[in-house]
Ligand binder design. Structure first.
Ligand code: CTP
Length: 403
């Protein structure tokens, strides 16, 4: 898979640097050619001799080394690689990368490159969680740097939490994923995808509302997976606690009617996926002022039905996306109800999930789904919402391509 691929490995200064020695071997097993830059701090943890013995090449260490510059200049070093891997990526190295510093060979090579960069962070949990590091990670992700890890667990310093460098097989998997043909790994390149997510809030008065328990985890994961598949993604979301996915246009709304307007504005799209738990009803007369307790007892609320966003888009005529996908949150007769919903809403596919009490689907991290379409029912084994998202995006990409 990595035959003849040239990887420039930047080894930063951290106890996890010992894993980078193993990484060199496993990359070579897969046919890759590895060159290494060892930072001054990195050389405190692994010796240039061990790195050089494994790469079978010179270990690059100094920016202003006359011999190095004569053999291969630092610009050529980073340009010559197919991929740059920073492992361990220390807090200091990431800060330099985020802010464009170029005061040693590693930071200069990372700034001078026009190739993709994979970073495997490794540091103390407090350093990782510090707002400065998290800010730098956000900047780097925005710049297109891919991250693998860090993992949570016990640390060399005796603390526990996220900060351990990803294991070698995980780093290899991330490298292989970045190396595959873009046409295969980014099957939705050139397509627009619209996703709705989260609950809606329907106002009762200026301070109260009716809503539901939707966490937005599944919808947000789908938006992220579609963006990773190369799509230009707009995510229209109700109020949720999960972070905005990177590389996605996020439109934040409150009510079902706001959501419909935002969805309409985001069309046309090749695929529209409606994962939001839209409130079916809204209060008929939203009170202009806060409702007060009084001698007449509790207020009587009357409701009117909200527009059905999915059904509206599915029947849009010329603006109808080629694939319209609905979700069905059911507590009983999951597949039968989903079949009825497919017909009623006029969509191409219903992703049905069981949200009955005890399944842990609402707000949880895992989901068991059934894909219901005119072609039949496909039931997927229970998996994480991220995995459901990636599998669904791959399924839709195949359908779009007519496979
Ligand atoms: N949906 C929507 N707009 C609405 C209601 C639902 O876009 N006003 C979408 C949801 O995003 C989901 C699908 O329709 O993709 C199914 O929603 P669900 O609430 O499960 O179904 P309902 O149509 O409300 O049917 P019922 O309440 O009978 O289960």
């Amino acid at each position: 898979m990595l035959t003849a691929k040239r990887i420039l490995l930047v080894i930063g200064g951290g106890i996890a640097a010992y894993k980078s020695l193993e990484l060199i071997r496993r990359l070579q097993d897969r046919g890759a050619k590895v060159r290494a830059i060892l930072t001054r701090a990195g050389a405190e943890f692994v010796t240039p001799l061990s790195v050089g013995s494994l790469t079978g090449d010179k270990v690059f260490q100094e920016l202003f080394s006359l011999t190095d510059e004569n053999e291969m200049g630092h610009i050529e070093l980073s340009r010559d690689a197919d991929l740059l891997v920073v492992a361990p990526a220390t807090a200091d190295l990431m800060a330099k990368m985020a802010h464009g510093h170029a005061n040693d060979l590693a930071s200069t090579a990372l700034l001078a490159t026009d190739k993709r960069i994979l970073a495997a962070p490794a540091m103390n949990v407090r350093m990782w969680l510090h707002p400065a590091t998290q800010r730098n990670v956000g900047i780097l992700k925005g710049d297109g740097v891919t991250f693998v890890g860090p993992n949570a667990g016990g640390m060399a310093c005796g603390e526990f939490g996220p900060g351990r460098m990803a294991e070698v097989p995980e780093i290899i998997a991330a490298i292989e994923a970045m190396m595959v043909d873009p046409a295969v790994s980014r099957p939705l390149a050139g397509h627009r995808v619209l996703v709705t997510s989260g609950p809606t809030r329907e106002a009762i008065d200026p301070v109260r509302y009716i809503s539901n328990h939707s966490s937005g985890k599944q919808g947000h994961a789908i938006a992220k997976a579609a963006a990773e598949a190369g799509a230009d993604v707009t995510l229209v979301t109700g109020p949720v606690g999960v972070a905005d996915p990177v590389g996605v246009t996020v439109v934040k709304v409150e009510s079902a009617r706001d959501m419909l307007a935002a969805v309409d504005a985001a069309l046309p799209a090749s695929i529209a996926i409606f994962a939001a738990a839209v409130a079916d009803w809204r209060v008929a007369d939203i009170a202009g002022g806060k409702l007060k307790k009084g001698p007449d007892g509790p207020p009587a609320l009357s409701f009117v039905e909200n527009p059905d966003i999915l059904a509206t888009v599915a029947r849009h005529g010329t603006k109808r996306p080629r694939l319209v996908v609905g979700f069905a949150a059911e507590t009983e007769n999951v597949v039968d109800n989903a079949r009825a919903k497919l017909a009623r809403k006029g969509c191409d596919l219903i992703v049905a999930n069981d949200v009955a009490t005890g399944t842990g689907t609402f707000g949880g991290d895992a989901n068991t789904v059934h894909l219901v379409s005119s072609e039949g029912v496909e039931t997927w084994a229970r998996q994480s919402k991220d995995e459901v998202a990636r599998a669904l995006v791959a399924h839709l990409a195949r359908r779009l391509a007519g496979a």
